[in-house]
Design a protein around this ligand. Sequence first.
Ligand SMILES: CC(C)(COP(=O)(O)OP(=O)(O)OC[C@H]1O[C@@H](n2cnc3c(N)ncnc32)[C@H](O)[C@@H]1OP(=O)(O)O)[C@@H](O)C(=O)NCCC(=O)NCCS
Length: 241
Amino acid sequence: MPNTGAEGGRGDLGPWIVRAYAPGDRSAVRRLALACADPRIFPACLAKHGEWMADLLTRYSTDFEPGMSFVAVDSRGAVIGYALGCQSTARRNRTMLLRILPRIVLRALFSGVLFSCPWVSLAAGGMRSWRAGRRSEGALRGLALAHFHVGVAEGARGRGVGRALLERFEAEAGRSGGSGIRASVLAPNPTGQAFFARNGFLELAQMDAYLPGRRSPVRVILLGKSIGVSASEHAEEESTA
Ligand SMILES: CC(C)(COP(=O)(O)OP(=O)(O)OC[C@H]1O[C@@H](n2cnc3c(N)ncnc32)[C@H](O)[C@@H]1OP(=O)(O)O)[C@@H](O)C(=O)NCCC(=O)NCCS
């Protein structure tokens, strides 16, 4: 498959490109998604089961809607960033519930983890987060927003890789008829918040997520941006204003 991504390359990273996701990128994307994820979202009892967490973070996009996935690769072909997404959050949630979560639960049942994890409190937290998510969805009802999730390898950050991935994703979402993009970020993630603010996202709503092993909820900020002004145009406008 030809590389159709934009040329990148700033600083000491060397040349890199953004291109469409291909099935051969799957393992690298899963590894990178685990490395980029906030450790607070992982239950300690599942520390040895990164595969399941990778399923939660990436499997919908890589296996069910790969057309909305992109990778940034360096000159050796190593994946240094990914953008994963979907056109419809409702469809993604349905697939998670019916196809992805049951497989994880079954594997947990047969692996003995059943007895080392506080499943009741994990499930209760999951249900509370799910309900909070449904309430906050009210603010987004009626908007055709593609869902965007991004991660860049630590050593490649701050060089425009995240923005290039966002621009590629945005172009695809626009081609597929979407009117905007949505994303979510934990309130205690200032880098993520700065990234989205700089690229034209506005806050749409907030919700509480009940993360594993935490008594108090963590605030999640739901963000949105309409398709039209590209991320780099927006950043340029901001810096000259
Ligand atoms: C958020 C993340 C994707 C940014 O990727 P990146 O390649 O470093 O971002 P870019 O270099 O394209 O930066 C784009 C803009 O974001 C802002 N930004 C990026 N990193 C920042 C930081 N550490 N502090 C403040 N602003 C930052 C800058 O304003 C930058 O624009 P500028 O260079 O014109 O000033 C990356 O830090 C990451 O993978 N974090 C972990 C995963 C995550 O938090 N994902 C977001 C939730 S889905």
